[in-house]
Design a protein around this ligand. Structure first.
Ligand code: GDP
Length: 486
């Protein structure tokens, strides 16, 4: 049976751009709605490193992700969920992370010293058994966006923190878009309920505008009122995390060599290169030979999130690893190899491959500009124009959205992935890169680093101060008539 680019990307758990890029390199220009025959789909899957098997059972295919191979299917076991906390600045992300850690980890732990390694785990009792939840505590959206831009999914569940005295703000909206784009379920924590100005229903109301409707309002989104500061209702929140994890049915094969993602890395003066690994499949052991990105390593020692030296670590857990030959990048994948020789040759291949990928990305990213879009629209190739809209105030956002909605969309549809007041941020650029979108700025500015990130990722940022000009360009691009910029 045929399937579209979008469906294939979903099946492979990869961003659509990866699929489009692979097709592009093979000389096939495609958009996300393009239908692919099974041979082409298999070719793409193989190019992207998947084992292609004629599928007897749909659910089986779904389980084969980047991190899980066909051979693992017989040995799958439940693994803990990996959770990221997202939300607007000052809404209480750090406080929530700290207070969950304090209430659930502190007492009675050996050593009692908490170690910052980019993630920590808590033990919870649920249905009379102890279950773990792993929290990524990498600041901001970094964990999410940088890794998603590379096509890796490290998070199973997102907790969206919204302060009850402040409501939905620009970064709240941004977080929703990122979680959606990565297809990660969202649990809302309405925070600061201890505060005088807390208005829970206002938050619920505002969230409905982003299709997050509370369960008690007839929707499907779990919303838990909490006070991160006072530690109120955290148990209920954690209970919901376990519930969603159960539904998500998360598995891995602990009985195989480990692979996963680098979540943090730095050069330590005394200890040399140090990296935190999130293990996504298999078990990592002291003495293992591995490749992280293009860096070779032999695990000399591992330290867990409680500051303890450990001999091994299984799926969903994070450990700090010593013994790497160099510092890998956050977001790099790592994999253990049976012998030094194959690890070495993979490391070499990888550095070649990385150069290659950068080249391909540079090629593919040319597609993500309004001019390129215009060219392709003229050829009748593209059917959808993805936009990210940032403007000075909400009023402008609405005015522009209104006008965009009135453009004729029979041939080409405009899809606004994110629209919000505020400056153009690096995370906007990441989202644009990951979803082939053009960023439109109206009477707004660029955050530090955004321009550089856009140049690197080949993302087109268009700035306007007159709505008419903005609409003219978009309409021009849709009709394939946009004049090249001089
Ligand atoms: P982040 O920027 O999202 O990480 O926010 P922080 O965790 O740094 O919190 C911002 C401020 O809000 C700090 O002064 C916290 O003490 C305060 N805060 C966080 N959670 C609560 C809460 O539940 N109740 C109250 N009253 N204050 C909170």
């Amino acid at each position: 049976t045929d399937l579209t680019v979008q469906e294939l990307a979903l099946e492979l758990k990869l961003p659509e751009t990866e699929v489009i890029k692979t097709l592009f390199i093979k000389g096939i220009a495609a958009n996300i709605n393009q239908t692919l025959d099974i041979e082409t789909a298999e070719m793409v899957a193989q190019e992207l490193g998947y084992e292609v098997e004629t599928v007897e059972e749909e659910s089986m295919a779904r389980k084969v992700t980047e991190m899980i191979d066909v051979e693992d299917l017989e040995n799958l076991q439940r693994r803990p969920p990996v959770v990221t906390i997202m939300g607007h600045v000052d809404h209480g992300k750090t406080t929530l992370l700290d207070s969950i850690r304090e209430t659930k980890v502190a007492q009675g732990e050996a050593g009692g010293i908490t170690q910052h390694i980019g993630a920590y785990h808590v033990d919870l009792t649920h249905n009379d058994e102890v279950q773990q939840v792993v929290f990524l505590d990498t600041p901001g959206h970094e964990a999410f966006t940088a890794m998603r831009a590379r096509g890796t999914r490290v998070t199973d569940i997102a907790i969206l923190v919204v302060a009850a005295d402040d409501g939905v703000r620009p970064q709240t909206v941004e977080a929703i878009s990122h979680a959606r784009a990565a297809k990660v379920p969202i649990i809302v924590a309405i925070n600061k309920i201890d505060k005088e100005g807390a208005q829970l229903d206002r938050v619920r109301q505002e969230l409905t505008e982003y299709e997050l409707v509370a369960e008690d309002w007839g929707g499907e989104t779990i919303m838990v009122p909490v006070s991160a500061l006072k530690g109120e209702n955290l148990d209920a929140l954690l209970e919901m995390v376990l519930l969603v994890a159960e539904v998500e049915d998360l598995h891995a094969n602990p009985n195989r060599p480990a692979k996963g993602t680098v979540i943090e890395a730095h050069l330590d003066k005394a200890r040399g290169p140090v990296a935190s690994f999130l293990i996504q499949n298999g078990t990592l052991k002291v003495g293992d030979t591995l490749v992280a990105g293009s860096v070779l390593g032999k695990v000399r020692a591992m330290i867990d999130d409680r500051g303890e030296r450990v001999q091994q670590a299984g799926p969903s857990f994070a450990v700090e690893v010593l013994g790497l030959s160099d510092v890998p990048a956050a977001g790099d994948e790592f994999e253990v190899f049976g012998d030094d020789k194959s690890a070495r040759s993979v490391a070499n291949d990888r550095s070649d491959q990385q150069r290659q990928t950068r080249l391909q990305q540079a090629m593919a990213s040319r597609r993500v500009s309004l001019n390129a879009f215009s060219d392709q629209a003229r050829e009748g190739e593209l059917k959808e124009l993805n936009l990210i809209l940032k403007a000075d105030v909400q009023g402008s956002v609405e005015a522009i959205l209104g006008s965009l909605g009135q453009l004729p969309q029979d041939e080409v549809q405009v899809r606004v992935l994110l629209s919000a007041p505020g400056e153009i941020s690096e995370t906007d650029v990441d989202l644009a890169a990951a979803s082939s979108a053009v960023i439109i700025g109206f009477n707004t500015s660029l955050a530090t680093g955004a321009r550089q990130a856009a140049d690197k990722a080949g993302v087109d940022i268009r700035e306007y101060s007159i709505i008419y000009n903005l609409l003219e360009d978009i309409e021009g691009a849709m009709e394939g008539l946009l004049e090249p910029e001089l």
